[in-house]
Design a protein around this ligand. Sequence first.
Ligand SMILES: [Zn+2]
Length: 353
Amino acid sequence: MDSVAPLQSWFGKSVPAGGSVNTELLITESYSSRDIGIPLRIIRGKLVGPTVFVSGALHGDELNGTGAIRSLIVDGDLKLVRGTLVLVPVLNLLGFERHSRYLPDRRDLNRCFPGNATGSMATRMAKVIFDAIVRRCNYGIDLHTAAVRRTNYPNVRTDFRNPECMRLAQSFGAGVILDGKGPKGSFRREATLAGCPTIVVEGGEVWKVEPSIVDCMKRGVLNVLKELNMVEGVPEVPKQQVKIKTTKWIRAERGGFLDLHVSPGSTVTAGQPIATNSTLVHQDQNQLIAPFDGIVIGMSTLPAVQPGEPVVHLGRLAGAKTARRVEKQTQQDELQRTAHEHLSTNIQIVEPS
Ligand SMILES: [Zn+2]
């Protein structure tokens, strides 16, 4: 028998079962000695259930997650039955204020968890966030985009050996799941270690709210909430999802200008040309070739490169047959197909000569 959830308090604000509230977590003080707080939205179901956080802009310039969370806040579809949902549109508030990935002290907040109360500004902030949010949550979803001058095809990153993380990743339903615990000090790695299984979702570019990415992120969050019985219904996931253990950045061999032959979400077979690099007057061509059968999970949006610069991030697939299956799956799932088409229109794709 489900029991009615008791009153909760979030950073000084009471939230009854079935209610929702906007609140603020104080994380530091400004140069002008003002309090700096992260705005949050707390939504509660009537019944007892898990507590889940969804965070955006942990890198302050990665705004697709912020767009998705803001859209969930005003979305009538989000009817929480059980548990508590902690929505954090912008986790790295100081980076966000500067349109920057980093904090003002040039540290990456996503390498500072679980934090340190007597350490640097970044680690102190990380500690406040970790203690106040992660330690009160049972699960987490951390929304990201590619770094500057790159874009990512929607994918989930998680530790394949952790069954609870895999449960979240598969129910999210991005179609592509990459293996890995995440770097030391990263939010999802440390949260998972602290007993709050957390996945990372990647999609799109910095400084934008891209509609096809927002749609993938929103569906994914609702799917996870359905899986955890916090929202009614069953997750809408693609029939098959591809699990990738190895990825490789294909790097430019020569300096010059790129003609790209693939786009985010494209599948490739070993030996297929993925980009051609030439001088500004189109001479001295150098072709980059796919070293294995794979799927484009990320790529550069900047066509000018020097030797060693990353061009295409390829996820390894089990073979040409798998590549064909993945291509079919992308076409069958409306949100994946739309994301593939939408991200492709942002980049000029030319046929290899
Ligand atoms: Zn990021």
